[in-house]
Design a protein around this ligand. Structure first.
Ligand SMILES: [Zn+2]
Ligand SMILES: [Zn+2]
Ligand SMILES: [Zn+2]
Length: 242
């Protein structure tokens, strides 16, 4: 998003204010950890900037607002994923407990006990399936905070992802882990923005980051060649790059 276009001031429609992508102080955040403006503006702005598509697999979404949750959108010619990108949730019955894999901040119960009850409901509803459909939760494009910090709403930390890509990225990408190989194309601007902040202490716009992409991406490659203490390159490496 250019950030230069001022949209109608004084409007109360979600997403209608100029989004302020930055790190928020605890006092600016609610008990859920998100800045107050996240729910009123920022998440809508992230989806809009992504043109309502998953930035990784390009699955399209209809526009969701505070009053319209959006419909499930079928695939189109731009999708480059295999299979259904996210109407399914994996449930494993794991010993005495039941595990649910899904985004930590999707519209699912946050408390362990409620989540457990919810899982039991799904299991009853879709018996004998490891993957159960919970369509109502999967209609909207989610936004993942890449470093896991909900108060960090710098543009490079916010990835609009379909639910399946969200799960994959959440499980695979650890921003603090040194990753000295080439990143996947979609991820390059985000990780480069992060490197600019981490290594140079610079708050770069997306445009600035894209114009310095190779230089910024080289920061991690360079630092990986220096002797390191605990951060072992062989430890916990993801199987696949992002
Ligand atoms: Zn996706
Ligand atoms: Zn698709
Ligand atoms: Zn997430």
């Amino acid at each position: 998003m250019s950030g230069n276009e001022k949209r109608g001031s004084g409007a109360t429609r979600p997403g209608s204010r100029e989004p302020d992508f930055r790190a928020y102080l605890p006092a600016e955040c609610g008990s859920d950890g998100y800045p107050f403006v996240w729910h009123s503006d920022l998440k809508y702005a992230v989806r809009e900037a992504a043109d309502h598509r998953c930035i990784r697999c390009h699955h399209p979404y209809t526009k969701a607002t505070s009053t319209a949750r959006g419909e499930w959108s079928p695939c189109d010619a731009e999708c480059d994923h295999l299979g259904d990108p996210g109407r399914l949730v994996h449930i494993h019955e794991d010993g005495p407990g039941i595990m649910l894999d899904w985004p930590h901040h999707a519209d699912v119960p946050q408390r362990a006990r409620e989540r457990h009850e919810y899982a039991l409901e799904l299991i009853e509803k879709y018996p004998g399936e490891d993957e159960r459909r919970i369509e109502a939760q999967w209609r909207i494009l989610t936004v993942h905070h890449l470093d896991g910090d909900k108060a960090n709403c710098r543009w490079w930390n916010l990835a609009a992802l379909c639910q399946r890509c969200h799960l994959t990225i959440q499980g695979r990408v650890v921003m603090d882990r040194i990753y000295p190989w080439e990143h996947t194309d979609w991820f390059k601007p985000y990780v480069a923005g992060f490197y600019g902040f981490r290594y140079l202490g610079q708050e770069l716009t997306r445009e600035e980051t894209e114009s310095r992409l190779n230089e910024l991406l080289a920061l991690e490659l360079a630092s990986a060649n220096e002797p390191r203490g605990e951060a072992s390159l062989t430890q916990n490496q993801p199987k696949e790059a992002e």
